[in-house]
Design a binder for this molecule. Structure first.
Ligand code: PLP
Length: 480
């Protein structure tokens, strides 16, 4: 066990020790807090002296921060063993064994950079934002809006006004269904989805169809887990208003060919929402190159905090959409005669946002950029190929999802054992996987299943962990 070197490290270690009473965490690496600016003589707000009837975006933050100069991508391969030192939660014992975290599609662990950003925000900058005329409100607003700029660049969006902070993917999809959908989808109109969608990208559309008298049409999958292109094309027509597509399937790992699928939908006159919950964590995303109308993802699957997510929308569409939730922050003027609303993104951010969550998400984005997103994708691709080949050696194991170029979501069933039995057996070995329907019942049904075991990889996983998974699956099969 390493000696903690800072109060923050000590705090993390003691919390972990308390939570995992079976024994002390193996090694919580030392964490250096980021250097804090000297606040003894706080800088004067650039907007100080602005007359109150001027209308900057926020009265003490008239200009968005300038984007940093583009950095060349880091060269070479990722050093996974060094990277693991950034993730304190990976260094603990579960059931007497070192934790092997293969439940990354459900949520990812957080690097020190993210934990530190939360700690720093709550220890120093904590304030409500946009409305307070004091130093902490200014710092908190600055941190929140800086995070928005980071997400904008992460997605390749044109402006920060196109980035709306939500609670997560599910909320982003519901927001589009209940604003864009209610306004632009009418009786007899059609919404197209695919058979591999997560329930979050199905149920809101089913609810909208029921409410508006619209029709849901479903593009089927082939045996490998790919959307059948001719069937998808056949579904698109003059009544198609909206197409909702996963970037990556959370059960099959399939990466959808978004470029051509979005282009075809646009040719039919439809708008396209991309559910990027499993895409953004694994693959570089450029919403403008994709020409996606909406793109949503969750912070917690991207090494960031829970309770924060992002909806990207093309500015012109966001302008056309009515507000969603009403309340503080999103209004311009309120009177009993009628209200006026702010423009995007604030129009869709009623109430107090998850300010620290946004800051933590910004730190996660910085962290991924430092590693290099192309390098992350390359590292995970190699690990996925290794994992697929290793699992395929287990007799009686059936892998679900074999699309070329799939990401590291390895879903399987084992002859003679229920997925629940396998999951429980792996947990005894300290291996965290998920068993069940994975919130994608139609996708599993396509392969004759109601449940399966899902092991899902991240760049911090190792080949040794995959070997341990395979060995434990063999034990589960033997019943030992
Ligand atoms: N879409 C996909 C593809 C997912 O994998 C998930 C979560 O597993 C979601 C949507 C929902 O994400 P959240 O629960 O963070 O809103």
């Amino acid at each position: 066990m390493t000696t903690p070197e800072s109060p923050e490290t000590e705090l993390v270690t003691s919390i972990a020790n308390e939570l995992y009473a079976e024994g002390p965490v193996a090694a919580v690496p030392a964490w250096e807090p980021p250097p804090l600016p000297d606040l003894s003589d706080p800088p004067v707000s650039p907007a100080a002296g602005l007359p109150m009837d001027a209308t900057p975006r926020f009265y003490f933050l008239p200009d968005p921060p300038p984007p940093p100069a583009p950095q060349p991508p880091p060269a070479g391969l990722l050093d996974v063993h060094a990277i693991r030192q950034d993730f304190p939660a990976l260094h603990q014992q579960v059931n007497g064994k070192p934790l092997i975290w293969l439940d990354n599609a459900a949520t990812t662990h957080k690097p020190h950079a993210v934990i530190g950003a939360l700690l720093e925000f709550y220890s120093r900058d904590n304030s409500n934002i946009h409305r307070g005329a004091h130093a902490l409100a200014e710092r908190a607003t600055d941190a929140f809006e800086t995070a928005r700029g980071k997400v904008q660049r992460f997605l390749g969006a044109e402006s920060p006004e196109e980035i709306i902070f939500t609670r997560g993917t599910t909320e982003g999809i519901n927001l589009v269904a209940q604003t864009y959908g209610r306004r632009f989808v009418g009786p007899g109109d059609e919404i197209v989805v695919t058979e591999l969608e997560h329930h979050s990208n199905l149920v809101p559309w089913q609810m909208l169809c029921e409410e508006q008298g619209a029709v849901l049409r479903v593009a089927p999958l082939d045996d490998a887990g790919q959307v059948v292109p001719e069937e998808y094309e056949r579904l698109l027509g003059p009544r198609t208003r909206l197409v909702a597509l996963a970037h990556v399937s959370n059960v099959l790992g399939t990466v959808l060919p978004l470029g051509p699928m979005i282009a075809q939908a646009h040719q039919a006159g439809a708008r396209v929402l991309v559910d990027g919950a499993q895409g953004a964590p694994h693959l570089p995303v450029d919403v403008r190159a994709l020409d996606a109308d909406f793109y949503v993802f969750s912070g917690h699957k991207l090494y960031g905090p829970t309770g924060i997510g992002v909806l990207y929308g093309k500015r012109a569409l966001l302008e056309e959409m009515p507000p969603w939730q009403g309340g503080g922050n999103m209004i311009d003027t309120v009177s009993f005669e009628g209200n006026t609303y702010k423009g995007p993104p604030v129009k869709f951010e009623a109430g107090t946002a998850h300010i620290a969550g946004a800051v933590g998400l910004g730190a996660a984005v910085d962290y991924l950029n430092r590693l290099g997103r192309e390098r992350i994708a390359a590292c995970e691709e190699a690990l996925t190929a290794y994992g697929m080949a290793a699992l395929a050696t287990v007799p009686g194991l059936r892998l679900i999802g074999a699309a070329p170029g799939k990401v590291g979501i390895l879903t399987f069933v084992l002859a003679g054992r229920t997925p629940q039995e396998v999951g429980a057996r792996l947990d005894r070995e300290g291996i965290a996987v998920r068993s069940g329907h994975h919130c994608a019942q139609p996708a599993l049904r396509r392969y004759g299943l109601t449940a399966a075991v899902r092991s899902s990889l991240a760049f911090y996983n190792t080949r040794e962990e995959i070997d341990a998974l395979v060995a434990a699956v063999r034990k589960a099969q033997r019943g030992s």
